[in-house]
Design a binder for this molecule. Structure first.
Ligand code: 8YV
Length: 322
């Protein structure tokens, strides 16, 4: 049988490219000299598409791919894929849940501690030769804190489990109360922000959560407040966060994600009580390999007629609507 035609918007990691090349006929959109001609010629042959997380996939792209059956995304968040338009066409969308939860949770804890105890700043201080002249200034503490988790999904729960070991109080806010956890549920983000002094952002991006961490929420966190974001930059009103950090409305922030990444607002770079990371939450060799394997396995399972392994809930698991 002829291998199915697979579209890549950009190349993926070598192990994934190798596995895909062995099973599919690959077409790379990023190297096409004339994108319109490329989609006119190749578009009708494409049955599958593999993408990196945060690649925009909209209705207009689906229209250029009339025989598309499946979109496999390398990442757990799929806020940039129009899953509504996919579902209408019966196109299955898959993501890579579970395999990255512990890795992202580890990074979130590291970022929280780095922010509160100023670990990167202290490292810079030592390297700059300041220690012999003056000991490093005392920092804030995690002791006695109340952490509010925005989004108690798989990663949120992995973060909460780790935080239990740190002896902090835990609360959460999300779409609904979860009966199998003992942490306090807050029906609104504002109510939770008033109760806690650390806001850990782990909720999905997209229109429902766009800019929900705004000036009012930051004000409610208060002057000891710490914001840690390992989800999507879009959840945070970045100008409001910059202002809150400048004015001392909150104490500090640890950010792994930004609204227009890889562009980072210049103002963050000049702020002392901020730890900035280049979206590395899932970025270990082992976890990225596991994500890559799941991308490939979803495709292999689909084209052997066994359905997708990890379809997102919005689209049909077996393409039933087609
Ligand atoms: C990305 C992520 O997958 O899973 C997600 O939603 O944001 C990350 O793990 C990673 O940056 C690779 O694109």
């Amino acid at each position: 049988m002829q291998p199915a035609d697979l579209l890549l918007l950009k190349p993926m990691q070598p192990s994934v490219m190798e596995a895909l090349a062995g099973a599919f006929t690959l077409h790379r959109a990023d190297t096409a000299p004339d994108p319109d001609a490329f989609y006119r010629e190749i578009g009708p042959r494409i049955r599958a598409m593999a993408i990196g997380a945060q690649a925009p996939v909209d209705r207009a792209l689906f229209e250029r791919l009339p025989h598309l059956e499946i979109v496999v995304s390398y990442g757990v968040g799929y806020d940039t894929i129009d899953v509504g338009a996919a579902a209408e066409r019966g196109i299955v969308v898959t993501n890579t849940p579970d395999v990255l939860s512990d890795e992202v949770a580890d990074l979130a804890l590291g970022l929280l501690l780095a922010t509160i105890r100023e670990i990167p700043q202290a490292d810079r201080y030592l390297r700059a030769g300041h220690w012999p002249t003056r000991t490093y200034p005392l920092t804030a503490t995690l002791r006695g804190r109340h952490v509010g988790i925005l989004g108690l999904g798989r990663i949120g729960r992995a973060i909460a489990r780790r935080l239990e070991g740190f002896g902090v109080t835990l609360s959460y806010h999300g779409r609904r109360r979860q009966e199998d956890v003992a942490y306090a549920f807050h029906p609104t983000l504002l109510e939770m922000a008033r109760a806690v002094d650390v806001l850990m952002i782990v909720a999905p991006g997209g229109p429902e959560t766009n800019g929900i961490v705004n000036a009012e929420i930051l004000d409610a966190l208060g002057p000891d407040g710490i914001v840690v974001n390992v989800a999507r930059g879009s959840l945070v009103d970045e100008p409001a966060l910059i202002e809150a950090l400048r004015s001392g409305t909150i104490h500090g922030a640890g950010l792994d994600v930004f609204a227009a990444e890889p562009q980072v607002p210049e103002a963050f770079l000049g702020l002392e009580r901020v730890v900035l990371l280049p979206h590395v939450g899932s970025g270990s060799v082992q976890t990225r390999e596991a994500m890559g394997r799941l991308v490939v396995d979803n495709l292999l399972s689909w084209f052997s007629g066994r359905g997708a392994l990890t379809p997102v809930p919005e689209t049909p698991a077996n393409g039933a609507a087609r």
